[in-house]
Design a protein. Structure first.
Length: 80
């Protein structure tokens, strides 16, 4: 009988720190999320889409977002 094992990905030591810096209102229907840690030239960020080097995500529709950060070795950190 074959043996089935799961190898979990290595996670960055600390999860990302992020905040909503602009909430939707009557004149602007979208929001902005800014990541404040971890930061650095080798870190990329995502809020559920492709990774980017910028720590700011603008034009986000009201929703729940999972923030992830990964380094150049694709080691991932999660924030919900």
């Amino acid at each position: 009988m074959p043996l089935s094992l799961t190898v979990d990905p290595v996670l960055l030591a600390c999860p990302p720190t992020a905040s909503v810096t602009a909430q939707p209102n009557c004149t602007t229907p979208t929001s902005t999320i800014v990541i404040t840690a971890p930061t650095g030239p080798t870190i990329q960020y995502s809020v559920g889409g492709p990774y980017q080097s910028s720590t700011s995500f603008t034009g986000l529709m009201p929703n729940n977002y999972q923030v992830t950060a990964q380094n150049t070795q694709q080691v991932v950190s999660l924030c919900r």
